[in-house]
Design a protein around this ligand. Structure first.
Ligand code: PLP
Length: 392
């Protein structure tokens, strides 16, 4: 990997050391240009006219996202963000009282809130599978729970927002496929950080956002939808005129493909930016991206104990590019502010971002540091120097 060339493509690094790709990464030049070009076109010729003019590029964006995910363009719906993808997907499932959702202790906070809301409104039971001793969901317990409880949906966040854990979503997919159970993977943190293959995963839905490790723009995301979902006639609860045709006074017909999960109004500039980000990641190479991002994260985990009072919180058989740590007597929010004054970007997580995980670890939150492939060892040195200074 030519890191220097990739850094030249990343204007943001001139101003900051960015260790917050788990929050929102730095866009590379081709993404910035794709977004800016379309906004300018809209300003010059009109929004609807710009859309028509950019149609071939828009179609290419679907194809590029599809390639990134290992699927075809007609199985991809563009959305505004990962939670929108997740909500559209989950709204397609006709939950009834007594239905079971099987999930993990590490699923994303908003997803957990939404499972609880479904429990409240529809009488759904939410079952969280326990963790294995080494961290991450216990796969034997997962298999046993799926077998015994016959859930209507299994939903797993591949990489949580609040720790470096990487869940084995392929193994869980095999369990679901063998029993024909709907399977949703939240890939918000994994897409752009590691290779993703929705076919191998065997998932029915894969929800993601553009701004994180994929390095796309904010305010854009996407959803993969499997053949099974379409064959079963699943459709979102609130389709609009893009997701469906109103063909008679009392009849509408959902779009034949994943577009049934889309709504009409889009920031097309951001869709084009998402396509450019997918293309860029594919060109850099997801295997290489994963290798470098994980190596930087691992190096950081090894060195954090040099800082007085630091405790690395990540647990699991496989760890990704997100590093979380607590610091005795230090509030992570204050650490983020102090680091930002030194032009180092990180982010903080508080207890309510992950009540189950943080209560189990006995912490109120964590400092989240998420290096990406464009970061360097020197960035990590600066972070550690900054932390040492702040805590001393
Ligand atoms: C694992 C995970 N899922 C979902 C989301 C929600 O993404 P968005 O804010 O784009 O809806 C996040 C955001 O941090 C996340 O980390």
């Amino acid at each position: 990997m030519d890191v220097e060339a990739l850094r030249r493509d990343t204007p943001g690094i001139q101003h900051r050391i960015h260790l917050n790709s788990a929050g929102s990464s730095l866009m590379p030049t081709p993404v910035i240009e794709a977004v800016e070009r379309h906004f300018r076109l809209e300003a010059h010729i009109g929004g609807y006219e710009a859309h028509d003019e950019a149609l071939a590029d828009i179609e290419q964006s679907y194809a590029d996202v599809a390639e990134l995910l290992g699927t075809s363009a007609d199985r991809v719906a563009m959305t505004e963000h990962a939670t929108q993808s997740f909500v559209a997907a989950i709204s397609a499932i006709r939950f009834e009282p007594g239905d079971v959702i099987v999930t993990t202790r590490h699923d994303y906070v908003s997803n957990q809130i939404q499972y609880l809301s479904l429990a409240d409104r529809f009488g759904v039971e939410v079952v969280r599978v326990p963790d294995a001793a080494e961290g991450g969901v216990d796969l034997h317990a997962m298999e046993e729970t799926i077998h015994r409880r016959r859930p209507k949906l299994v939903a797993v966040t591949q990489i949580p927002t609040n720790s470096g854990l990487v869940q084995d979503v392929d193994a869980i997919g095999t369990m679901c496929r063998g029993r024909d159970i709907l399977y949703l993977v939240d890939g918000c943190q994994s897409v752009g950080q590691m290779p993703v293959d929705v076919e191998r995963m065997g998932c029915d839905f894969f929800s993601a956002t553009s701004r994180k490790f994929l390095r796309g723009p904010r305010g854009a995301g996407f959803l993969y939808v499997s053949d099974r979902v379409l064959q079963r006639g699943l459709e979102p609860l609130f389709p609009d005129l893009r997701g469906a045709d109103w063909i008679d006074a009392d009849l509408y017909q959902p779009a034949p493909d994943a577009k049934r999960f889309e709504t009409w109004e889009f920031a097309w500039a951001l869709v084009l930016g998402t396509g450019a980000a997918a293309r860029y990641a594919t060109e850099v190479g997801l295997e290489r991206i994963q290798e470098r991002a994980r190596a930087l994260a691992e190096g950081l985990r090894d060195r954090l104990p040099e800082i007085p009072g630091a405790r690395v919180l990540d647990q699991g058989p496989v760890l990704g590019a997100t590093v979380t740590a607590s610091f005795d007597g230090r509030n992570p929010v204050d650490l983020v502010t102090a680091l930002r004054k030194r032009r180092i970007n990180t982010s903080s997580q508080t207890r309510i971002d992950a009540v189950i995980d943080y209560d189990a670890k006995g912490v109120d939150g964590a400092l989240r540091m998420s290096p990406h492939y464009f970061n360097t060892e020197a960035d990590l040195d600066a972070l550690l120097d900054g932390l040492r200074e702040i805590v001393s």
